[in-house]
Structures are given as C-alpha cells and as structure tokens.
Design a protein around this ligand. Structure first.
Ligand code: NAD
Length: 247
C-alpha cells in the first residue's frame, strides 16, 4: 500500500513540528510538503493526499477552499473559530471529508466520554465548572477542549452554551445559580494542556482531570485521524476524534 502524503500547515509552529516528526516516524505516512506563513498553499497541496492543520482561524477559509478545489482529506486541529467559520467547515464537509477535533489525544476523548456519563449520573444537584490551564503563548480562550467540555455539560443538562456559560467571574456577580456553567482559563509557563471538570454539591465533589505533558499525544492522534479518513475511503462528512476512535 502506498504511503499517505501529508501537507503539514503551520510546520514551524509548536504543533506543526510535533506533527512533522510523527508523520516521519509513521511507516504509513510521509511528508508531502510543509508550509508556514507566506508560503504558497496551492502548489504544496497538489503534492499531497491529506492536510494536517494546526495554524490560526484566519487561515481556515483559504485552506478549506483549496482542499475543496483539489478534493483533499483535511484534519483540522486549529481552535478558536467563530460561528461563521464553523459553518464554513460544516458546509465544506459536504464535498470533502474533514476531521475537526478540539483535542486529538485519546485521553481527552476518554474525558469527553466520562464527562457525558458523569453528568448524566450526577444530575441537577451538582454545580458544574470547567478549569483549564495552558502555556503563556496560547492566544485563544477558553481552549477548544474546555469549550467542548462545557458544550457536553450544556447538552446533557439541556442548557445553552451561549447563554449559560460564565467565563471567569469578576465583581458583583451575585450568588451562583443552578443553571450556570463556569469556565475558567489559567495561563502560564510551558503547560501543554490541563483540563478539569468539577461537579460540586453540598457535602461532596467529583473532579475529572486530564493533563497532557507532550504535544506528541495530539500529533499522533492527528496522524491517526488522517490515516482513518484514507482507510475508510471517506469522500465527505464532518467527523471528530470520537468517530476516529469508535467511541
Ligand atoms: N486540536 C488539538 O488537539 C490541539 C492541540 C494543540 C494545539 N491546538 C491548536 O492548534 C493551533 C496551533 O497551536 P500551536 O501551539 O502549534 O501554535 P503556534 O503559534 O506555535 O503555531 C502556529 C503556526 O501556524 C503558522 N501560521 C499562522 N498563519 C498561517 C498561514 N496563514 N499560513 C501558514 N501558516 C500559518 C504560524 O506561523 C505558526 O508557525 C492553535 O489553534 C491551538 O489551539 C489544537
């Protein structure tokens, strides 16, 4: 079987470098091209079967258009998209296959699964809070993973992500209500990514925590996602890492 040729976008970035190493180390994949800010996308894309993207939301629109034109597989790790860009990703997935995941680690996807189960079991008596910590260079907040965790909490409790989230608390905000979900972002040092979901009730508290200590965990997951799209012969559709892992 021929190896899958990968275009690594943002190849000079923290994640881009980790992805390039994982692609090189995996016998089933090879680097078709790597681009960063200022490089030509179209020519690089033409040499590849699939793209693994960890860049900025401002690049997403051009990348999606180019992938749709050339019918390439897309693995999107970039976070921080607004609703318009999320809509564009969804629309593009009608013509090309896309895996878009806020987090490609197996551990975090297990945390997503556990969060759904714990929220169903614990019910409405528990107050819900999400805390995340990342390195000082991270530019979006909350992290895509914290947002996904909060969305899972909101879905199970039939709340609204837009209306019931409380991002940090400052000043005279009043007592906590039962129907709010707190989301808190801490930044500092070289932390790769910590996420905790807190369920707090009178007399007891449950905390689910994941801590990433290496970017390779995300990079390996992204490579696995690209291989999954190719092996499954996907020609369209929007998938996440839960689909790739069969959770
Ligand atoms: N889904 C996941 O599992 C996961 C894990 C870690 C990080 N992320 C996300 O991945 C993204 C990148 O994170 P990072 O820590 O590697 O950031 P980074 O700043 O280290 O790297 C981003 C790279 O993208 C390049 N870039 C920006 N605009 C570009 C453009 N128009 N064309 C080509 N290259 C461009 C930058 O020059 C830089 O080299 C962020 O959105 C982050 O939140 C996702």
């Amino acid at each position: 079987m021929s190896t899958l040729k990968i275009l690594v976008t943002g190849c000079k970035g923290r994640m881009g470098q980790a992805v390039s190493q994982c692609v090189t180390d995996d016998a089933a994949t090879e680097i078709g091209a790597g681009i960063d800010m200022g490089d030509s996308l179209t020519d690089a894309l033409a040499k590849c079967d699939a793209v693994i993207d960890f860049t900025l939301p401002s690049f997403t629109s051009d990348l999606i258009d180019a992938c749709a034109d050339q019918k390439k597989l897309l693995v999107m790790g970039t976070t921080g998209h607004d609703d318009a860009l999320l809509g564009k990703i969804r629309e593009a997935s009608e013509t090309i296959p896309i895996v878009h995941a806020p987090n490609f680690s197996v551990g975090v996807n297990t945390l997503f699964w556990l969060t759904q189960k714990a929220t169903e079991i614990l019910g409405t008596n528990f107050d819900l809070e999400v805390v995340e910590m990342h390195h000082s260079k991270k530019i979006d907040s909350p992290s895509g993973t914290a947002r996904r965790l909060a969305e899972i909490l909101a879905e199970v409790r039939e709340l609204s992500y837009d209306e019931d989230m409380r991002h940090g608390r400052f000043g005279d905000v009043g007592a906590r209500t039962q129907d709010e979900i707190g989301v808190h972002a801490i930044r500092g040092g070289d932390v790769v990514g910590d996420h905790t979901v807190i369920y707090a009730a009178d007399g007891e508290r449950v905390e689910l925590t994941h801590k990433a200590s290496s970017r390779n965990t995300f990079a390996n997951g992204a490579v696995r996602a690209a291989k999954w799209l190719a092996q499954e012969n996907k020609t369209s559709g929007l998938f996440d890492m839960q689909d790739v892992l069969g959770l």
